[in-house]
Design a binder for this molecule. Sequence first.
Ligand code: FAD
Length: 314
Amino acid sequence: MSLFQKTAITLARSPGIGRAMRGLAARTSLARRFVGGADIDQAVRTAVRLREAHGIRASLFYLGEYVADPAAIEHNVGQAIEAATALGQAGLDVHVSIDPTAIGYMRDDALGAGNARRIADRARQAAGGGRDWVVLDMEDSAIRDRTCALHRTLLAAGLPIGLTLQARRRRTPEDLAWAIGQRTSLRLVKGAFPERALDHPGRAAIDHAYLDSASIMLSPAARAAGFLPVFGTHDDRLAGAIMALARERGWAPDAFEFEMLYGVRPDWQLALRRLGYNVRVYLPFGADWWPYAIRRVGENPRNAWLLARSLASQ
Ligand code: FAD
């Protein structure tokens, strides 16, 4: 991890800076670039625009992570439920992403699992037989096993639940081997929580591991099980290799998805659409935009000018 990225993560975790930034004008250029709206209505309008203009789908994510206060947890759950309902009403796919640490896992696993079930139940109702997914984001390793256990429990209950796995972790192929036999959706990402003892060493090894996992996700066994592979990456080199592999294995372009973060490489999102691939954006909304947006700056130093412009405009 670069020094630049470490600094961004430190800034993201500082509650004082977070409070100060939240108090600034809600829509700085940094927030506008990476956040799809300050509330559900704006986020759904953004999702409708992307769908109508470009055929790009969205997964709504209410900003707020690592929350222990009961009222804040309930608020986060309510926002995810309302987002699912609003997507259904707008005639869009009902697709929301949730962080286990936002919905109760910081207090008590039973509370978190119960809340995830409430969100998934509502997503199912809101979709009314259309597409519906609630995808669990994967956070740091302290919550990994509990996130995987939650995925299995809700899947066994017949709920539309998907999971994110991080290619950087050496253990990921074991989790994949189970998941590809299920009617679930699995989003493969490189991973934003480096932990040296658990990870492949270095970028090249992580990219290599990403492609190994992609190959498992595009196996005949996965296709037979009705598994939906989702490749969460902005890396065009990896995407190119995945497209070639999918073609070779007989996967139709609309049988899997590429997913990217809202505001990141929009040119590449459109290029994939033109090639006939399903593209989804992870579309965060809400007022607590600072930790999320500053992490995006850390991922690409070229985004630092957005930060500078946002601060200068206050
Ligand atoms: P990189 O090698 O980092 O980037 C590839 C290319 O994209 C490079 O050209 C790079 O400059 C460009 N790029 C990447 N990020 C940016 C940016 N912010 N701004 C501008 N250009 C950029 N991580 C988790 O640990 N848990 C999760 O649950 C999780 N969910 C995610 C969901 C989605 C849909 C996506 C897309 C990512 C998610 N991530 C998650 C983050 C992920 O792990 C990576 O940190 C992030 O996607 C960057 O990796 P990359 O695959 O894009 O490759």
